[in-house]
Write a protein that binds this ligand. Structure first.
Ligand code: GLN
Length: 472
């Protein structure tokens, strides 16, 4: 039995129609039978999932009901969970078993979620197609010849296939929102600092955020509310109080939307996606909303800014994988230097090595000002311009991706082609803002299209209210 909304699932639990144990068994069974064809999960957590489900059923029998009771979920392979392996899709973490649990994962468990497994992702969350994981490519459940998107493609595929109710992913430049669009589901990246990054294997620390994948707008709000809030383990996590994320009394008719003409004029944008988006803008206007065309001068600078800053941060973050502290270690090295070099050459895949090299290059003395320093200044300019636009309208709106899910193998030969996949999703994390993707109908090629919303910092309630309204 699958439910698209936690409310419906809880109604079925309350009436005794299902139990958490039955839901977990069904989810485990489907994941085990169907994973060989999609390859979305790196591991299924049979024993711990069964124990959690049984514990939630008995807690509920005592009258203690919680926000995510019985909600089956998978967590991305870059989040740690006590006693379980986490690999970040990399050979270099082979054999790593975590001695602690990520804050966001712990909050899911405390709220009654049942964790079915860890979902495959691009190596260290670097990618847009889920083809670089050491576990092999993940397939899109809607068309297995195509990518589910990346880097959190395994999470998106598991939710879209209906194996689990929801999932956690992480988003640095679009890794929740783009796979959500490619798989026809919902995915949100909260404001930078809204959700603790403690226990998230870092890619680019000033961009990374954890967020949910769901099959309904309301569930995005509910899960975000559970995982949000201050955490003493992460000094970048905001201590602002967490508001109710789904405020039903908010009248969406009072909202205003801004879109960028430059996005619509971008040659990469598929013409049918563009037409579908314009039809949505017309429908919003006809329904009495304010919809404004805005100007954005930095569209072509976004991808370069993103890749300079994130590779710089990645080169520092990934220095800790040296063959001494975690996971994989090369055999037979004679000196410490050789151990480091060979472990890293054998343990990291090509894309990760490329980004570490790029990152050390842009940080090199003599180049620092020209690349890293410039990109930092440009980031600030983008933040200022975006915040200025969001003082005129409540939400920025655009297509999530330039086209629908592409064939596996199509974009792997030229990394810069793959990098351009992120053109519409990197603005929000460059500016630190909350954003989400929701379904926008089906293309004539049969694949889903995504609609993207960005809100002001810490204004997730408006983001979720608008997405619920746009889903009706
Ligand atoms: N596709 C982007 C990248 O490769 C985004 C990845 C992400 O958000 N983790 O960096």
């Amino acid at each position: 039995m699958t439910f698209d909304r936690i409310e419906d699932l809880h109604r079925a639990l309350d009436s005794g129609q299902v139990t958490c144990v039955a839901l977990a068994e069904e989810s485990l069974r489907r994941a085990a039978t169907e994973n060989p064809s999609l390859n979305a999960l790196a591991e299924i957590f049979d024993d711990s999932a069964r124990a959690q489900a049984a514990a939630v059923d008995s807690r509920r029998a005592q009258g203690d009901h919680r926000a995510l009771d019985g909600v089956t979920m998978v967590i991305k392979d870059n989040m740690v969970y006590t006693g379980h392996s986490s690999g970040a899709g990399s050979k270099i973490l082979t054999g790593f078993v975590s001695p602690y649990t990520a804050t966001a994962v712990q909050r899911l468990l405390d709220a009654g979620a049942v964790l079915i497994g860890r979902s495959s992702c691009d190596e260290f969350a670097m990618g847009s197609s889920n083809e670089t994981s050491v576990y092999g490519p993940v397939r899109n459940p809607l068309d297995p010849t195509r990518t589910p998107g990346g880097s959190s493609g395994g999470s998106a595929a598991a939710v879209a296939a209906g194996w689990v109710h929801a999932a956690l992913g992480s988003d640095t430049g679009g890794s929740i929102r783009q796979p959500a669009a490619f798989c026809g589901i919902y995915g949100a990246k909260p404001t930078y600092g809204r959700v603790s990054r403690y226990g998230l294997i870092a890619y680019a620390s000033s961009f990374d955020q954890i967020g949910p994948f769901t099959r309904s707008a309301r569930d995005l709000a509910r899960i975000t509310e559970v995982i949000s809030g201050a955490d003493a383990h992460d000094s970048t996590c905001s201590d602002r109080p967490v508001p109710p994320m789904m405020q039903s009394e908010r009248d969406p008719k009072t909202l205003s939307f801004g879109y960028y003409q430059e996005v619509l004029d971008n040659p990469a944008l598929d013409s049918e996606l563009r037409a579908a988006f314009m039809a949505r803008m017309d429908a919003l206007k006809a329904a009495g909303h304010r919809v404004e065309a805005l100007r954005f001068d930095y569209l072509d600078a976004l991808v370069p800014i993103y890749y300079i800053l994130t590779t710089a941060e990645a080169s520092a973050n990934l220095a800790r994988f040296d063959g001494v502290r975690y996971g994989f270690r090369t055999e037979g090295a004679k000196t410490l230097d050789e151990l480091y070099k060979r472990t890293r050459s054998e343990g990291f895949g090509t894309e990760v090595q490329r980004r570490i090299l790029l990152g050390t290059f842009v940080l090199r003395s003599g180049y620092f000002d020209a690349y890293y320093g410039q990109a930092q200044k440009a980031r600030r300019a983008v933040q200022d311009a975006t915040n200025a636009d969001l003082s005129k309208v409540d939400l920025l709106i655009s297509p999530t991706t330039p086209h629908t899910a592409f064939e596996l193998g199509r974009e792997t030969s030229d990394p810069t082609v793959m990098y351009l996949e992120d053109i519409f999703t990197v603005q929000a994390p460059i500016a630190g803002l909350p954003a989400l993707s929701l379904p926008m109908g089906t293309h004539t090629n049969g694949l889903p299209m995504g609609l993207h919303l960005t809100a002001k910092a810490f204004d997730e309630p408006t983001l979720f209210a608008a997405s619920a309204y746009l889903s009706e």
